[in-house]
Ligand binder design. Structure first.
Ligand code: FMN
Length: 187
């Protein structure tokens, strides 16, 4: 897939077929994750791949503040990818904790690679961290960043509308819209 096609095709997917995943695809997705930039190249994150039905079941029950959709997605999809990160292995600048950035970049590399491989994903961060930690035996110094189901999609939703670029992209100074919307032409 062409890069911008991958960007366009990534959507949050909540319905999955329980078909098995291609091992070469998974290997490429893992490589994409491992190529992520990270604070001082410390790679403060770890990826835990979960294909055990019982564990996936408990992970689905760890989801909070949500309808049943995300929980169902975790149960249905053949794989759940959980990204965790250790704050002590990343930066803290004026209270900004960069382990979340390390972990999020890693997750997004993985997610975009999954899209390129034709699989659906959905970032899930509304979760009971202790439950996830206990289920996967994650050491206490690691924080759970997010998880995503991975699998063949059973739905093809339209892309959700995104905000007006002029309200989010400025030139030289806050509030001054970058008017020549070349970014839209790119897609
Ligand atoms: C950091 C982050 C956390 C998210 N957490 C959840 C979540 O807990 N549950 C959920 O259903 N979707 C979650 N999402 C998915 C967003 O709701 C979704 O990306 C957004 O609605 C835009 O839709 P799109 O991904 O199809 O473009 C999360 C996304 C991000 C980036």
């Amino acid at each position: 897939m062409q890069f911008y096609e991958v960007i366009k095709n990534r959507k949050s997917i909540k319905e999955f077929k329980n078909t098995s995943l291609n091992k070469d695809s998974i290997a490429r997705m893992i490589n994409a994750l491992m190529m992520s930039p990270s604070w001082k190249n410390n790679t403060s994150y770890k990826l835990i791949l979960v294909d055990d039905e019982n564990e996936k079941d408990i992970l689905s029950q760890s989801i909070i503040n949500d309808t049943d959709e995300a929980a169902k997605a975790i149960k249905e999809a053949p794989l759940t990818a959980v990204v965790v990160a250790d704050p002590s292995q990343s930066g803290n600048i004026q209270g900004k904790e960069y382990y979340l950035v390390d972990g999020s970049i890693a997750m997004e590399h993985f997610v975009l690679a999954a899209t390129n491989e034709g699989y659906g994903t959905c970032w899930i961060a509304s979760l009971d961290e202790d439950k996830v930690r206990q289920t996967l035996n994650i050491p206490n110094n690691y924080r759970v960043v997010a998880m995503t189901p991975v699998g063949e999609t059973a739905q093809n939703p339209k892309s959700k509308p995104k905000k007006d670029v002029r309200e989010h992209v400025y030139l030289n100074i806050w509030g001054e819209a970058y008017t020549e919307n070349e970014s839209n032409k790119m897609m």
